[in-house]
Design a binder for this molecule. Structure first.
Ligand code: NAD
Ligand code: ZN
Ligand code: ZN
Length: 238
């Protein structure tokens, strides 16, 4: 027996069949939920059954966490491009664990006695990320071409207080899920195929409020928010 396709595993785990679909629009294909998916040919619908999972392609499902409804075939098409998780196209709720394409490397955390501006008397957690240049894999924009790791090792600073420790715990998890860096064009240098920060902001300078430094009273809450947008929250830690 063939193994169940990754997108079908997601469908089985994170969606439920809707028996009587309402006359609402599917926001993936823009057709009514009472008609068949724009991804299916007319007449093909009821006959298309996944070889590996036995799931039928026609019909409507709701995502289990947010309950938004889509054609099953539409969700399956969406799941094929990122088969580790489902992100609701309507409200961005993540179902499953979002994994990124951060290249191989090392993350290291040490404590520093000095305290950051705005966080006196707690000391500092210093994170070092090290990634070397390499060749892009199938999960990257240009497989087979090189990626350039410029400016590594990179260092970031977090106050060593309760909220800061939580941020670092979640950053370790984000690193494990390959979410801290990605490969693509660098806004700063204008070069393509670079290892770049991936939407989770870091304080890479000790001071300098105009750049990427302290003091910044909103920084830790902002980091928690950006981690949560990638699905990294305390309740998802194992
Ligand atoms: P980028 O320019 O494509 O931008 C992606 C995101 O990273 C943006 O949100 C941007 O605001 C943020 N960002 C940009 N520069 C940053 C910085 N210095 N510190 C923290 N966040 C920053 O991202 P990129 O290409 O990864 O980084 C930009 C440049 O900064 C690179 O050329 C890199 O060499 C340099 N850099 C050096 C260090 C270091 O510790 N030596 C640390 C960070 C970045
Ligand atoms: Zn649809
Ligand atoms: Zn939703």
């Amino acid at each position: 027996r063939a193994p169940i396709a990754a997108e079908d595993k997601l469908l089985l785990q994170y969606t439920s069949v809707v028996e009587a679909p309402p006359d609402d629009m599917c926001s993936i294909c823009m057709w009514s939920l009472t008609e068949i998916s724009g991804y299916l040919e007319e007449g093909e619908a009821a006959t298309r059954i996944s070889q590996t999972s036995g799931i039928q392609s026609d019909g409507v499902v709701s995502l289990n966490l947010c309950k938004h409804q889509f054609h099953l075939a539409c969700v399956r098409e969406m799941a094929k491009s990122f088969p580790q998780f489902l992100e609701c196209p309507n409200c961005k709720t993540l179902h499953g664990e979002k994994l990124g394409n951060q290249p191989l490397g090392h993350m290291n955390v040490t404590t520093v006695r000095n305290s950051l501006p705005g966080h006196l008397d707690c000391g500092t957690l210093q994170i070092t990320y090290n990634i070397s240049s390499g060749i892009q894999g199938p999960e990257h924009p240009h497989p087979g071409r090189p990626y350039h790791a410029i400016g590594f090792p990179r260092t970031a600073y977090v106050p060593n207080n309760e909220k800061g420790k939580k941020v670092v715990r979640l950053l370790r998890e984000a690193w494990r899920r390959r979410l801290i860096f990605t490969v693509g064009p660098s806004v700063t240098t204008g070069l393509d195929n670079c290892v770049t920060w991936n939407e989770i902001h870091h304080k890479t300078e000790w001071t300098n409020t105009a750049g990427h430094g302290y003091p910044d009273p909103g920084y830790l809450d902002n980091a928690l928010k950006e981690l949560a947008l990638h699905g990294v929250t305390e309740s998802t830690l194992v």
